[in-house]
Design a protein around this ligand. Structure first.
Ligand SMILES: [Zn+2]
Length: 294
């Protein structure tokens, strides 16, 4: 009795020529049925010019799945240029199908990247790449009304070693963009990604006390109002108050210890002499001969 099932590939333009399981991975040999056309002049009169096998990761089907695409190469009969065939399911030189990248993105939206990488048996890089590519497209597709207020803040990934600048709309509690880095360049990049119309609608930019953000906004959006948000101001005040409290606390502690010890350091002639000697700079220097120290 056979213990196998047939599952459709559901990738139009590919036909399955063989399947086998190799070390726990379902390897599906496919070839394209699409009619080739010259990439350079668009002519469909082309001649075969060899093949090469390309491995492309696809969505799992009981096993992790890899497409072994026998990719054809052609020579144009008109312009005589050579080219490789393409397929809409595999963008550019990607090593994963579009639907698999989309699947990774959807999982990464609700699960930690590491968990997704382990369960899908892919690298963390592939998860990040798929997430960033689709997140950018999703944000464009959402196309929210241009924000009146723009918020800039930094966010750390990988245990604070990798920073991103988050562009958000606080009025709608929506993230607009995520740009790598937290310097002026990141702000320039995020603002340049917006259209002129969107930038023109921004009235207020809310940020923390990070000066590169401020400088970048002043250069790119000279007419907007810059507001430092309440949270960061209170945190800065709290940190300053903490420093003053610690400084005063140390001073009082020294005074108390001095009195309790009988004679404070300031009124002890012996320590006074030592401190004077240690703080007085020598008035003469030993001269060093050109030949070296004598
Ligand atoms: Zn051509």
């Amino acid at each position: 009795m056979l213990d196998r099932i047939d599952v459709p590939l559901e990738l139009e333009g590919f036909e399955v020529t063989a399947t086998e399981i190799v070390e726990g991975v379902l390897e599906v040999s496919v070839s394209s049925t699409r009619r080739p056309a010259c990439h350079h002049c668009g002519l469909v009169s082309v001649t075969g010019h060899g093949r090469n096998e390309r491995r492309v990761r696809d969505r799992a089907c009981s096993y992790p799945c890899v497409l072994r695409w026998s990719q054809r190469r052609f020579r144009c009969n008109d312009c005589h240029q050579t080219f490789r065939e393409t397929h809409p399911a595999v963008a550019g030189k990607r090593r994963a199908t579009e639907r698999f990248r989309r699947h990774l993105f959807e999982r990464a939206c609700i699960e930690p990247f590491t968990d997704v990488a382990i369960s899908e048996k892919v690298s963390g890089y592939r998860i990040e790449e798929a997430f960033e590519a689709h997140a950018a497209a999703e944000l464009v597709e959402l196309d929210p009304d241009p924000p009146r207020v723009l918020s800039l803040d930094e966010s750390a990934f990988r245990k604070r070693f990798r920073f991103h600048t988050v562009f958000s709309d606080p009025e709608r509690a929506a993230v607009l963009d995520l740009v790598e880095g937290r310097g002026k360049g990141a702000v320039f990049g995020g603002l340049l990604a917006m259209s002129d119309e969107v930038r023109a609608r921004i009235e207020t930019v809310v940020m923390d006390c990070h000066w590169p953000y401020r400088h970048a906004v002043e250069e790119m959006l000279p007419d907007v109002r810059i507001v430092v948000d309440k949270f960061h101001i209170i945190r800065a005040i709290d940190a300053a108050a903490q420093r003053v409290r610690m400084r005063l606390g140390k001073r009082r502690y020294r005074q108390r210890v001095g009195h309790a010890g009988g004679v404070s350091r300031q009124h002890n002639p012996a320590t006074l002499e030592v401190s004077r000697a240690s703080t007085t700079r020598p008035t003469t220097r030993r001269s060093i001969a050109p030949g070296g120290c004598s």
